[in-house]
Design a protein around this ligand. Structure first.
Ligand code: PXP
Length: 240
C-alpha cells in the first residue's frame, strides 16, 4: 500500500497571488523525497488550481507514479493522450462544487465511457481508474468496462461523525474492496482521509494499493512543513 499525494492545493495557494510560488513541481519533489510513491493532480475544466503548464512540468519531473485526475471530456482525453500518465483517474466534475462530491454515476456514464472514453484511454497504455462509491453494482460496471482499477470514494466515511455510521461506511468500503479484488481490479482509495481517520480505514479495508491524500496533507504542512507532513503520513500508511 502506498501514498500518492494530491498537490492541487499547492497550486491553489500559488494562484491566490498569481505568482510562481509555491511551485507544484517543487512540492512534488519534496513529497517524493519524503515517502510519497507518486503524485496526483487534477486538471479541472475551470483550471482553478492545476494549470496546463503544471501538467506538462509535473509529467516531466515526477519520478514515481503520475496519477492524472480528470473529467472525461474530449479536451482532457487529448491531454491524457499527450502526457501518458501511469494512472488516469476519471472523476465526475461539476462547476459549482468545491471538491469532487461523489463517485461516478456508473449507470449514467456507462455507454459513453464504453464507446468513447475507454477505447481512447486504452490506446495510451495508462492504467484507467474509475472513482466510484463503494457500491457493488458500480464495481461490476467497472469490470464490464474493462478498466484495470477503481478508486473507492472514502468521503462518506471521512465525513461520518456517529460511530455507527463510521462502522457502516467502513463495512461498505471493505465489501467493495473485496468484490473489486475478486474481479481482478486494482483497489485505490481517497477523499477526505487525514491524520486521524486513515489508520482505522486501512486496518478495516483489504487489498488497498494506492491511497490518495491531498487537503489534509497540505493544510497540516502549513504548520509542520510539507516534508514532515508527508513523512508522517507515509509512516502511518506503511505501519497500517
Ligand atoms: N481522490 C479523488 C478522486 C479526488 O477527487 C480527491 C480530491 O481532489 C482526492 C482523492 C483527495 O481528496 P482530499 O483532498 O480530500 O485528500
Amino acid at each position: 500500500m502506498e501514498l500518492l499525494v494530491n498537490i492541487d492545493h499547492i497550486a491553489t495557494l500559488r494562484n491566490a497571488r498569481g505568482e510562481g510560488v509555491p511551485d507544484p513541481v517543487e512540492a512534488a519533489r519534496i513529497c517524493e523525497d519524503n515517502g510519497a510513491a507518486g503524485i496526483v493532480f487534477h486538471l479541472r475544466e475551470d483550471r482553478r488550481h492545476i494549470r496546463d503548464h503544471d501538467v506538462y512540468a509535473l509529467r516531466e519531473h515526477i519520478r514515481g507514479t503520475v496519477d492524472f485526475e480528470m473529467a472525461a471530456t474530449d479536451e482532457m482525453l487529448g491531454i491524457c493522450e499527450k502526457i501518458r500518465p501511469h494512472i488516469c483517474t476519471l472523476v465526475p466534475e461539476s462547476r459549482q462544487e468545491l471538491t469532487t462530491e461523489g463517485g461516478l454515476n456508473m449507470r449514467m456514464i456507462f455507454e459513453d465511457y464504453r464507446s468513447r472514453v475507454i477505447p481512447r484511454l486504452l490506446d495510451t497504455g495508462t492504467i484507467i481508474s474509475l472513482f466510484v462509491d463503494p457500491n457493488p453494482d458500480d464495481i461490476q460496471r467497472c469490470r464490464e468496462l474493462g478498466v484495470q482499477a477503481i478508486e473507492l470514494h472514502t468521503g462518506m466515511y471521512a465525513n461520518a461523525r456517529k460511530a455507527s455510521v463510521v462502522e457502516h461506511e467502513l463495512e461498505r468500503l471493505r465489501e467493495a474492496a473485496e468484490l473489486a479484488h475478486s474481479l481482478g481490479l486494482i483497489v485505490n482509495a481517497g477523499h477526505g482521509l487525514n491524520f486521524t481517520n486513515t489508520t482505522p480505514f486501512i486496518r478495516a479495508v483489504p487489498h488497498l494499493a494506492d491511497i490518495s491524500i491531498g487537503h489534509a496533507l497540505v493544510t497540516h504542512a502549513v504548520f509542520h512543513g510539507l516534508a514532515t507532513s508527508v513523512r508522517t503520513m507515509a509512516d502511518i500508511i506503511s505501519k497500517g
